[in-house]
Design a protein around this ligand. Structure first.
Ligand code: BGC
Length: 741
């Protein structure tokens, strides 16, 4: 595997001292000197650093909850003070993946956060990252990353704790909405795009949570147990591909254990695989309070996050592992100085690579409208039309009455809770509720009802809050169409007990569907849900947590202003019994060897289970056909090309998907996603799509040989609309090959 350098900015200065000066003041001779690599620049700076300054850089302070803030901190999740004499800027680290989380600077013990009192937010929420994965469009992810990176930079932030890519092994995971679904290739392409977008704004992005932090239950104590081959071909492959694509400046190690060793103490994950096999050049920061002693330094962790500035304590334990314990270990020689130098080198080289020295964050007003449009576009591409019987959608322009029911759809759309939460500009649509612990349940102020009224100016739109199914049914009965909005609020720290919609919403939908045969369900949810009422409704729109302009995006899809083009990045099971683990238990070990690398659709295919909706599925108001398949194989280089045609009545976007099977019983499942592309086509238009398959998707991980291994043979190739709907079939004859791990 080849790791290119992180994106570089134009730099001429040779030392940090000079970079602290304005470039204009440099003499032409110096300015003409060749650019040094981030590694060379870090090396030079390191030579001038006293030990004490190096130690200073390997901890970040957590100022979320403390009343005593260090000077210079803007009060975000993590802060590494500047070292002015060396020209090293401070690191201001903030969450994250769907936008700039609002950390109120005056949230001390017993105080209400400023944003709760003032109700004012200062950032634009994107749709949930799962919704962005549902766009199957890395350019949408890039644009979103660029937008939130730009907002972060304008708020004084230069590190975003973004890039969550834990695979959806557990659809009840409270953080499913923050991740990118169940397939390593799709997740990596979307994550790579987001990370590149963030870092284009001179804001470092993390990728997290390395690794196998795939459930919230017992997240700080559970051990995810899995064999080496299986993890290399699933969760770790997602990280590997995304790191190659996005070049994140930092990797965040998770709270959990893998095979009984804490993530941040895990030499195998950090030193052998991440920094060894993958040659990752950046730094490893712990999740907040995820350090477990000074041994973490020797395992490969480079920085402890979330240290209390007043006490020097890490969350949940005594002294931060890289505070006094590291100092003593250095004095005793238990941690060599060269290791500390390597830790600091890695931090500095990412700071150089992303341009933190030359492009300090500056407080500037946001372009609120432009940023909201980025968010709306992402939502429009990520909404998935799951069912559309009797061409119920798009809604007819001449509808007289539309009933809108439930989910505060008169004022806003739901968002997910936890550190990924974004307090929206203008404040939430209704007062936020703090539940169940430190998370806030927030509705973004974007009303689907108002947006729909704008697009259907002649219709009478009536709203019912859905709290009483009988009352809602009466409202639905007198309308031409009834649209029920249903929610599943999920958040960091807590898993869902099951896949059911909470709060009696299934009964609400049943009642409405019984009252009106033209019923539509719009889901705003963190992850897959069961739909016992599916056969009774005409249409289902999966809107996820749709962000700042979610209401407009939903109304666009409902009326046909937007032709839906999202595809599921996760399988929707019929029920929990179909999952590898029908229940999430309180056990301190979770056995991922049950499914191994066969995560999500691969499990369903292997076990021949019929899901409610398969991975990759999504409808359009148009129709697309595939033809002219050509598969060419030279050695292990396989290229698949085919024609995509819009054979329907209107312009739209399609996502043709290429799946590959391994010969014999080599693969973990019948087939793997091997490529995809989002294509925009006018009616009657065709385009040839060409997909080159990453050789690792043709390979298995050979543990004893410590390599990827491709077996010689015939590899069935299928092109289709989803993981369960193939149109074209061919095969590639592949030569045997091995690749570095
Ligand atoms: C979460 C991380 C987050 C960090 C800082 C932790 O609880 O797991 O994802 O970046 O807090 O807020």
């Amino acid at each position: 595997m080849k790791l290119a350098h992180l994106p570089r900015t134009a730099v001429f200065a040779r030392t940090a001292l000079f970079t602290a000066l304005s470039l204009a003041s440099l003499t032409p001779a110096l300015a003409d000197q060749p650019v040094s690599s981030p590694d060379q620049r870090a090396e030079q700076l390191l030579k001038r650093m006293p030990l004490q300054d190096m130690q200073h850089m390997v901890q970040s302070y957590n100022d979320m909850m403390t009343s005593k803030q260090p000077p210079g901190s803007i009060g975000a999740a993590g802060y590494v003070p500047a070292l002015p004499k060396l020209g090293i800027p401070a690191l201001q680290e903030n969450d994250a993946g769907i936008g700039v989380h609002n950390y109120p600077i005056d949230q001390g013990p017993g105080k209400q956060p400023a944003h709760v009192r003032g109700e004012a937010g200062n950032a634009t929420p994107l749709p949930s990252t799962l919704a962005i994965a549902a766009s199957w469009n890395p350019q949408v992810a890039y644009a979103g990353g660029r937008m939130i990176g730009g907002e972060a930079h304008r708020q004084g932030i230069n590190v975003l704790l973004a890039g969550g890519i834990n695979l959806t092994r557990e659809p009840r995971d409270g953080r499913t909405f923050e991740y990118l679904g169940e397939d390593p290739l799709l997740a990596a392409r979307i994550d790579g795009g987001e990370i590149r977008g963030i870092q284009s704004q001179h804001v470092i992005s993390t990728i997290k949570h390395y690794a196998l932090n795939d459930q919230e239950t017992n997240r700080t104590t559970v051990s995810a147990n899995i064999g080496e081959q299986a993890m290399r071909e699933s969760d770790l492959l997602a990280f590997e591909l995304a790191i190659e694509d996005g070049h994140p400046g930092s990797v965040m190690c998770g709270y959990n254990k893998v095979n009984s060793v804490w993530d941040c103490s895990n030499k195998h994950l950090l030193s052998d695989i991440l920094k060894g096999d993958w040659k990752y050049p950046g730094w490893v920061m712990t999740d907040w309070g995820a350090d477990h002693g000074v041994q973490d330094a020797m395992a490969g962790t480079d920085q402890v996050s979330g240290v209390d500035h007043s006490t020097g304590f890490s969350l949940g334990q005594n002294f931060s592992s890289f505070g006094p314990p590291l100092q003593q270990a250095l004095e005793k020689g238990e941690v060599p100085k060269s290791r500390l130098e390597d830790m600091v080198h890695r931090i500095l080289r990412s700071m150089y690579a992303v341009g933190l020295f030359e492009h300090p964050p500056e407080t500037k007003p946001l372009d609120v409208e432009a940023d909201a449009l980025v968010s709306q576009h992402a939502a429009e591409e990520g909404i998935v039309l799951l069912k559309n019987e009797h061409a119920q959608l798009p809604l007819h322009k001449d509808l007289k009455t539309v009933a809108i029911i439930g989910a505060h759809a008169d004022v806003g759309v739901l968002s997910g809770g936890g550190s990924a939460e974004v307090w929206p500009i203008g404040g939430p649509a209704i007062p936020a509720v703090k539940t169940p612990d430190w998370q806030w349940k927030v509705y973004d102020p974007s009303s689907p009802m108002k947006a729909l009224q704008k697009l259907l100016p002649n219709a009478k739109i009536v709203y019912d809050d859905g709290s009483d199914p009988a009352k809602a049914a009466a409202v639905a009965k007198s309308a031409d169409v009834a649209i029920v909005f249903a929610t599943q609020w999920t958040c960091e720290g807590v898993d869902q007990p099951n896949l059911a919609l909470p709060d009696n919403q299934d009964a609400l939908i049943d009642a409405v569907a019984a009252a009106n045969t033209h019923s539509v369900v719009v889901l705003e949810n963190g992850g897959p849900v069961k739909m016992p009422w599916l056969s009774k409704v005409d249409a289902v729109v999966e809107a996820w947590f749709p962000g700042a302009r979610g209401g407009e995006a939903i109304a666009g899809v409902l009326t046909g202003k937007v032709n839906p083009s999202g595809r599921l990045p996760v399988t929707f099971p019929q029920d929990e019994q179909q999952l590898p683990r029908p229940q999430i238990t309180n056990a301190l070990d979770v056995d991922y060897n049950i499914e191994g690398a066969a995560v999500g659709y691969k499990w369903f295919d292997k076990k021949n289970l019929q899901p409610l909706f398969p991975f990759g599925f999504g409808l359009s108001y148009s129709r697309f056909d595939y033809s002219d398949l050509h598969v060419s194989a030279q050695g292990d280089h396989v290229t698949v090309s085919f024609k995509v045609s819009n054979v329907g009545p209107r312009e739209g976007k399609d996502v043709p998907q290429v799946y590959v099977s391994l010969p014999g019983d080599l693969g973990e499942a019948p087939h793997r996603l091997a490529g995809f592309e989002k294509v925009s086509l006018q009616p009657g238009q065709s385009r040839t799509v060409s997909v080159t398959i990453d050789p690792r998707l043709l390979a298995t991980f050979d543990v004893s040989g410590h390599q990827w291994k491709i077996a010689a043979g015939s590899y069935p190739i299928q092109v289709g609309h989803s993981s369960r709907d193939f149109v074209l079939k061919g095969e590639a004859t592949v030569a045997a090959a091995t690749m570095a791990p």
